[in-house]
Each structure stands twice: as structure tokens, then as C-alpha cells.
Design a protein around this ligand. Structure first.
Ligand code: SAM
Ligand code: SF4
Ligand code: SF4
Length: 343
């Protein structure tokens, strides 16, 4: 394998640079969140990817080097549940050694974080985003589809703090499901001094029965919180920052809003996605991915792979969320499932 790869930055058809790579390391999960992997579809006979179809750590490392050569600075590991991937800390060590990687983050449901927080930090992980939709055991158990308790995730969050990992909480807001949790979650994480981000329920994939009327617009959530706990806006730190940020007055604690449905941010989208089986997706709502696994396994050189990925990015025109804003429902097309490419 060639170790040195020419550093050529690329922009796409809408002048967006490539900065972030989200890597899904497994399509499996120990939760069955209703908005992502509903049990009716992802049941006990569901066929997940066999091991030989998953990219190996060496293959992920090789592709990551290639992406870093094209301008990627931030890596996010996701899934499925990334902590289910065997020896995930070894992958993190490998990515940490790649010159040019400035930030490594991991998105997790938190159920295994108590055990993994310290080894993750020691392997070189910078930050975790922990998904938690409710502080109410009944509602959380129902949402995660497996009756997992809130305390399991809270212990994981505590362990991450102790280990010195950066930490943010992601809450998906779905009308009729998690909207009663908005204020209790805001109060709890304000008190804890941890950033909470509200994510609008999205029409990712085809399995979750998304309807526009189930979306609570971020601006309504902001108003609700601001009435009880006043906030002020915080300037974006860099081009392509996904969340709009606010700070509780008189504190350092922030909240964020990821408003993919009501305030699309495609014009600054700098993210490419790599699925666990080695397909590249140019958009979270892509219809299909581009197979790079076969190229990784057929003797294609790093130079050839670099040129290929550069070509893909420079032809990119995706802006699904902006297009959806002008449609009344999700755009009717077949999309890749969230658990496949990891959000
Ligand atoms: N299993 C990990 C977790 O849940 O954090 C990582 C993968 S999960 C697919 C990544 C993120 O996508 C989570 O924060 C999850 O809440 C979010 N997500 C899943 N389905 C969603 C949907 N339909 N709308 C909005 N966010 C969603
Ligand atoms: Fe699993 Fe994460 Fe999807 Fe929930 S959101 S089912 S935890 S992959
Ligand atoms: Fe990026 Fe696609 Fe999301 Fe727009 S819809 S922000 S292009 S991932």
C-alpha cells in the first residue's frame, strides 16, 4: 500500500469542500429505535451483513488516509451501534495515527459506554455524541424498543465525563412520542452542564413511516425553552457547522438544533459517508451508494482510488433537504436506511 498520498483538496458542484467523513462500522444494533430500526422490519430473522462484507480495519484506515489527503479533517464513527464492532478501539488507534486527522468522534446509544469510555479515550477518541430521547424509563424503553433503562445511558455519560471525553447529547424530537421530554431533558442537561442537541425527526430510509406532521420545528422547541430558561445565540465556529447553537444566559452551557427538515443546511454540507460494507454515500438521503469495497480488493492503487473519490466528490450535487423544503411530504424515493450509513 502506498503510504504517501498527494494532498489535493476538492470542491463539489455547489462549491462545498470535503471536510468530514462519517464511517459506519457495523449495521447491527442492540436497540430497535422506532424512528430508525423498527422491530417489525429489523426482527430476529433480519439478515445483517455477513463478516466478509464488512470493511476490515485495514481497509477503513486506507480509505480514511485517502479522504484525509483530499481535505477531510474530522472523522465520526457510527453505525448501527459502533460499540458492537469488535475491537473498535484498535480502529481508533489506527485513525489517530493518520497525519491530518484533527478530530475523532463517535456516535453511540450509550448502552455500552460505561464499559468502553476509558479504553476509547486511551485509544485516541476525542468526543462522543450520546443519543438519549427521554429521561422517563417507560417512554425511553418504548422508544428504544428493548426496554433499556435511562440509568444505563446516564452511567455511560458519567463514565465518558470521567474519562475526559468531550460529550454532547442528541435527542430526536418526534411529535406524539418524545415531545413531552423536551423540557425535562433541557433542565437536566443544563444542570449537568452538558450540551443537548435537538434533532428534527427525519425521513431517513423507508422503514420509519415518517410524516411531516410528526416533526416539531426547532423554532418551536427554542421558544418553549427560552420561555423558561432564557438563551442567547452563539456564533458558528466553522463553515459547515450542523447545529445552530444557543447558550443559557449567565452560563457556559449550550443547546443546539439540527433542523434538517425545517431549516435545511445543504449549502454548507461538507460530509461524505462510508457504509459498513464499503459504499460511499454523498448524502444522508442518497438512493444508492458507490461501491468502493470491490476496488479496495481488486488491486486498485491508492492513486487510482484517490482520483476516483475526487471525481465522485467533484460531481456531487446532492441537496435533498433543500429540495424537500419545497415539497409537502418527504420526496418519494427509495433511500438508504439510517442504520446502514449511520446518520
Ligand atoms: N446507534 C448510534 C446512536 O444511536 O447514537 C449511532 C447510529 S444512529 C443511526 C445516529 C443518530 O441518528 C442517533 O443520534 C439517532 O438518534 C439519529 N437518528 C436515527 N434515526 C433518526 C431519524 N429518523 N430522524 C432523526 N435522527 C435519527
Ligand atoms: Fe440503533 Fe442508533 Fe438506530 Fe437507535 S438510532 S436503532 S441506537 S442505530
Ligand atoms: Fe448534506 Fe444531504 Fe443532509 Fe443536505 S440533505 S445536509 S446534502 S446530507
Amino acid at each position: 500500500m502506498d503510504q504517501k498520498i498527494s494532498h489535493t483538496k476538492v470542491t463539489d458542484q455547489l462549491q462545498r469542500p470535503l471536510r468530514d467523513l462519517r464511517i459506519s462500522v457495523t449495521d447491527k444494533c442492540n436497540f430497535r429505535c422506532r424512528y430508525c430500526m423498527p422491530e417489525e422490519i429489523f426482527h430476529k430473522d433480519f439478515q445483517f451483513l455477513p463478516k466478509e462484507k464488512l470493511l476490515s480495519f485495514e481497509e477503513i484506515e486506507r480509505l480514511t488516509r485517502i479522504f484525509v489527503g483530499m481535505g477531510v479533517e474530522k472523522i465520526r464513527l457510527t453505525g448501527g451501534e459502533p460499540l458492537l464492532r469488535k475491537d473498535i478501539t484498535i480502529l481508533i488507534q489506527k485513525i489517530r495515527q493518520i497525519e491530518g486527522v484533527k478530530d475523532i468522534a463517535l456516535t453511540t446509544n450509550g448502552s455500552l459506554l460505561e464499559k468502553f469510555a476509558l479504553p476509547l479515550k486511551e485509544a485516541g477518541l476525542d468526543r462522543v455524541s450520546v443519543s438519549l430521547d427521554s429521561l422517563d424509563d417507560d417512554r425511553f424503553g418504548y422508544m428504544n424498543g428493548r426496554g433499556i433503562k435511562v440509568s444505563t445511558v446516564l452511567k455511560g455519560i458519567e463514565a465518558a465525563q470521567k474519562a475526559g471525553l468531550g460529550i454532547k447529547i442528541n435527542m430526536v424530537v418526534q411529535k406524539g412520542a418524545t415531545d413531552p421530554d423536551i423540557l425535562p431533558m433541557a433542565r437536566y442537561f443544563k444542570e449537568a452542564g452538558i450540551t443537548l442537541r435537538f434533532i428534527e425527526f427525519m425521513d431517513v430510509g423507508n422503514a420509519n413511516g415518517w410524516e411531516l406532521k410528526q416533526v416539531v420545528p426547532s423554532r418551536d422547541i427554542l421558544e418553549m425553552i427560552n420561555r423558561e430558561m432564557p438563551v442567547e445565540p452563539v456564533e458558528a465556529e466553522y463553515f459547515g457547522e450542523v447545529a445552530k447553537r444557543y447558550r443559557y444566559l449567565g452560563t457556559d452551557t449550550e443547546i443546539g438544533f439540527i433542523s434538517s427538515v425545517t431549516q435545511a443546511f445543504c449549502s454548507s454540507c461538507t460530509r461524505a459517508r462510508l457504509s459498513a460494507e464499503g459504499y460511499i454515500y454523498m448524502c444522508l438521503f442518497a438512493t444508492e451508494g458507490i461501491d468502493v469495497r470491490s476496488r479496495l480488493r481488486d488491486g486498485t492503487t491508492d492513486e487510482e482510488l484517490t482520483r476516483y473519490v475526487q471525481q465522485l466528490w467533484s460531481n456531487r450535487k446532492d441537496r435533498y433537504s433543500e429540495e424537500r423544503l419545497s415539497a409537502t411530504q418527504g420526496l418519494p424515493r427509495k433511500k438508504v436506511e439510517m442504520s446502514h450509513i449511520g446518520g
